[in-house]
Each structure stands twice: as C-alpha cells, then as structure tokens.
Design a protein around this ligand. Sequence first.
Ligand SMILES: C[S@@+](CC[C@H](N)C(=O)[O-])C[C@H]1O[C@@H](n2cnc3c(N)ncnc32)[C@H](O)[C@@H]1O
Length: 251
Amino acid sequence: MADFQFSDARLAALYDAFSPWDGRGDFGFYLPMVMSARAVLDVGCGTGALLHAARQAGHAGRLCGLDPAPGMLAQARRRTDIEWVQGDLASAAWPPEFDLIIMTGHAFQVLVTDGELQASLTAARSALTAGGRFVFETRNPLARAWQRWTPQHAVRVPDASGAMIQMAHEVRAVSDGVLAGDGTVSFVTTYTSPAWDRPQVSHSTLRFLGPGPLARFLAAAGLAVEQQFGDWGRQPLSATSPEIITIARRA
Ligand SMILES: C[S@@+](CC[C@H](N)C(=O)[O-])C[C@H]1O[C@@H](n2cnc3c(N)ncnc32)[C@H](O)[C@@H]1O
C-alpha cells in the first residue's frame, strides 16, 4: 500500500479525527483482550490510540507498537510509557514473547503481496508465546465495502486550527479475483482544505481475502483459526458479514 497519508506528518495528525474512537466498533472488541494480556504487540499501530487507552486504563504489562510510518509514530510517541518501534512485521524478528499480537483498523489488508503476507504471518507466529493469540480483522470481500469509497461519501473534520479538511476516496481498480475471495482494490484518497495551497493525494492498494484463502495463508505460516466473527458484536461469520475477525493460535 502506498501509505503517503500515514507518512505525512500533517495527515497523520488528522488520522484520529477521521477515525474517532466513538465512531469505530473495533476498539471495544480489542481493548478487553489487550487489558487481559501480559505482553501485547500492536502491528500497524498507527497513532497508537488503542495502546494509549490500554495504558490509560491501567495496563501494567508490556505494550509495544510497531509501524513503518514516521508520521504515525510521531503521534504514538506522545505517550512515552509504551515501546514504539519503527518497522514492518515482515522484517521484525521478535522471539516468542507476546501473548497477544493484534492488527486493527484493517492494517492486515496493507499486506498486499503473497511474499509480504507469508513473511508477516511467519514473523507473527514466531513472536507469539506457546498459548498466544494473533487477532486481526479483514473486510469481507463479499460485503464490497469499496462500493462506498466514492466522493459522495467524503468525510470532513476540523484540524487543530479549526480549518476544515475533506477526505474523499475514489476507486481506480478492482481485480478479478476479489469476489472469488482473493484480490485487490486500488483507490485514490484526496485530502483538500481551504487552508491549503493544493490537495494531497495518496494512492493505495488493499488486499481482500475471503475465509478460505485466509485460512490457507495462516496454515502455511503455522497458525490455526481458533474463532471467527462477522462483526464487532461477535455475530458468527456469514457470507455477507462486513468483517472477517480472526483469532488465531500457533498450530
Ligand atoms: C489503516 S492504519 C491502522 C492504524 C491503527 N491500527 C488503527 O486501528 O487505527 C494502517 C497502518 O498500517 C501501517 N502499515 C503499513 N504497512 C505496514 C506493514 N508492512 N507492517 C505493519 N504496518 C504497516 C500504516 O503505516 C498505518 O499506520
């Protein structure tokens, strides 16, 4: 994924405004797991909002956030009582010391190539303790979320100075395999503001895996699906569920 929007400090500073805690159901799912784990690795931690909340709520153990984007990590580092590591999972080499590894905010979908997926899942397995869990979600391809990624669904938020910033997505390509359970969606995100000279544009590609291909990638990395849910209310996964939320363990 071209992650210009995450590397750019100005846009990273707006990330939490575009994805506010009360507008997302996932943190209510992940936070109790984080609170009950001894050592947690948040892969693609972004601005670190979830780990910030865990420490704020009294988590006394190890909290570690990993992200390749300096702009996002600059936001995360506002809290200094958490470990922040710049990098990606594929090139990380942690020994088995985390009893929970999470990827939230659909960060899993930025792993686009087979090689990135295989290397990242293998690294996650290696970093898990024997009874540890790897928990993440990916959008169900059959729910076709990208059909709502249109300029008509643009979102506007104020920045710290009060200037309005608009974020609009436009899909450029949907690969043939997506509805069969393995493909990619490429899109452009345009940020505009009356306070800026010109728009900022980022090009992104996300991979969409259905349950079958996902289970095969996990198995190849020595991970087994323990539980899956279709939404943040823990409904069972169905053909039209919006999410594929997976709790995996070492096989
Ligand atoms: C959509 S954001 C999600 C951020 C955060 N987890 C959340 O829930 O809001 C995706 C994050 O994945 C990070 N990322 C991109 N490529 C990555 C990789 N190969 N490994 C780990 N993280 C990556 C990006 O920098 C970005 O911060």
